[in-house]
Ligand binder design. Structure first.
Ligand code: AMP
Ligand code: MG
Length: 520
């Protein structure tokens, strides 16, 4: 296995001088060197051929013993030095102090085709940042992360990627719903890939400790390697850096809203500095279009991270990042201006995004109200977001009354479509037809355009759960089927039509489908 290693994080940034793997506060350092733990019987379940290619490896490499051992942490490539990153974060709105890579171990960085990739194992054993947990991951959550990160990429959403999914051969004890019912589950390891895994929390930890020297070192490093277009670090560059992070974060969240993705744990330690979706835990996909929905049972009370609140939380998290890098800038005004602009840009960006979902090219003053009206009717009776938008592209301008027929499959309780609800829908379709008449696209051209922004296939919560249930029994075929399906989410793929369907009834209240916890 030949791989072009190009380490920089663990070469250029300050390391924790202590090499013992004990749980502790790590100060004045960006990371701690750590060896992944050996596993009993590693077994590869799936490899993403795209990431394999992106890092300069081939299908032949997958078959080698070295590949299996390296990407399950059983073998360290000579001259590389695995490490866990130190970061802090706000969890559910409260400063939580040091968190860090408690179950992630960075292996090395690779340069290939002018692209840089950091490769990181999730679930390869404890680190100084493991706190009270075991540093391991179970198969269930690893399948979810593996499938979703690749699916998000193909949906066009900025995200960390995944190279491989493997069983460790070890058993891991978990109390899924925090109710005292612990059970052993299969342990697994995902190898993730991204340009960098830096999070808002990496900067916050130094600010919280008033370690402004390390803060500057880390920000300068980030600009040098990941925002090099900003030039030599200076106060002005730091402001531009913040502006760029804000812009990327905003774009990422608009994409989430477009495809109906709910992250579930938007803590500041789960916010990538590159604006990538990171840390796939208790995430979920909207089925019924519902601004108040969150998949995360840990957040059931306040629903802080519900679908409709993601944009606000993005802003709140950016404010924390602004506070963290403030000591390098010492002028609140430009930072405040950027944060204020976020709200304006978000509203405009979101409006454009919904317009595109509706196949509208012209911007009209009333669009906001028109969209609000749609959102109202979508909330009246449970309406499947993905099916609604995908099928809406079949609407014909001249057939207003056919509107409800076109979207019929999206309704979970079609018999609720009577009286006022039905009337409101017909009214809306009436307006939609009028609105489309002022557009120039033909029905068929509009359909083609809409189908490029409204996916037909997303990783519905129950789909991942079916793959998990099979995998628990030792059958891994569905992982590959979903993986292949989700590579082309906007294509018809009639052979996979059965996945273009509403959530089945059995999944409505099932653990893993509508209820997920952070304990994975
Ligand atoms: P999360 O919100 O799931 O991204 O995790 C929050 C923090 O808990 C991070 O510092 C993780 O590294 C840590 N963590 C989560 N699960 C484990 C685990 N099983 N073992 C050790 N640390 C963990
Ligand atoms: Mg995390």
């Amino acid at each position: 296995m030949k791989i072009n290693i190009k380490d920089k994080f663990n070469k250029e940034l300050p390391a924790d001088p202590i090499l013992e793997n004990t749980r502790r506060q790590v100060t004045e350092a960006c990371y701690s060197f750590i060896s992944p733990r050996e596993t009993t019987k590693p077994e590869l379940l799936h490899v993403s051929s795209e990431i394999l290619e992106n890092i300069g490896l081939s299908e032949a490499d997958i078959k080698s013993e070295t590949f299996l051992k390296v990407f399950t942490g059983n073998n360290v490539i000579p001259d590389t030095k695995p490490y866990a990153m130190c970061y802090g974060g706000h969890q559910f709105g409260n400063w939580a102090g040091q968190l860090g890579d408690g179950r992630a171990i960075n292996l090395f960085e690779v340069e290939h085709n002018n692209q840089n990739w950091a490769l990181q194992l999730k679930g390869a054993g404890e680190t100084p940042y493991s706190r009270t947990a075991d540093g391991l991951a179970v198969l269930r959550s690893s399948i979810r992360e593996y499938l979703c990160s690749e699916a998000m990429f193909h949906l066009g959403v900025p995200t960390t990627r995944a190279l491989s999914l493997a069983l460790s051969g070890d058993k891991v004890l978990r109390d899924v719903m925090y109710d005292g019912n612990s059970a052993y589950e299969k342990g697994a390891i995902v190898c993730r890939a991204a340009e960098s895994f830096l999070r808002f929390g990496n900067y916050q930890i130094f600010a919280a400790r008033q370690d402004h020297d390390r803060l500057k070192i880390l920000v300068d490093y980030t600009i040098k390697h990941h925002f090099s277009e900003l030039g030599t670090p200076s106060k002005e560059t730091y402001i531009q850096f913040f502006k760029e992070v804000t812009s990327r974060t905003l774009k990422m969240i608009i994409h989430w809203q477009r495809v109906g993705f709910v992250h579930g744990v938007m803590n500041t330690d789960n916010m990538s500095i590159l604006g990538l979706t990171i840390d796939y835990g208790p995430y979920g996909w909207l089925e019924g279009y519902d601004f108040g929905w969150t998949p995360n049972t840990t957040d059931r009370q306040n629903k802080r991270y519900r679908y409709g609140n993601q944009p606000n939380i993005g802003l709140w998290n950016l404010l924390q990042l602004a506070n963290a890098i403030y000591p390098l800038i010492e002028d609140p005004e430009p930072l405040e201006a950027i944060l204020n602009q976020y709200k304006i840009d978000f509203d405009a960006g979101r409006l454009d995004m919904v317009r595109s979902k509706l196949g509208l090219e012209i911007k009209e003053d009333n669009d906001k109200d028109f969209i609000l009206e749609l959102e109202d009717v979508l909330h009246f009776t449970e309406t499947d977001m993905t099916i609604f938008f995908r099928n809406l592209s079949d609407f014909k301008k001249k057939d207003v009354l056919g509107g409800l027929r076109v979207i019929q499959d999206a309704f979970y309780k079609p018999d609720e479509l009577t009286g006022n609800i039905e009337k409101r829908w017909v009214d809306w379709f009436e307006k939609y037809a009028q609105r489309l008449n002022r557009e120039s696209l033909s029905d068929s051209k509009r359909k083609a355009k809409m189908n490029k922004v409204n996916p037909k296939y997303v990783l519905r919560n129950y789909m991942a759960q079916l793959a998990i249930d099979d995998a628990d029994e030792g059958n891994y075929k569905l992982i590959d089927e979903l993986f292949q399906l989700l590579k082309h989410p906007y294509e018809e793929q009639l052979e996979y039509q059965k996945w273009f369907a509403k959530r089945p009834d059995w999944a409505r209240h099932k653990v893993g489908c509508s209820m997920l916890s952070c304990s994975s």
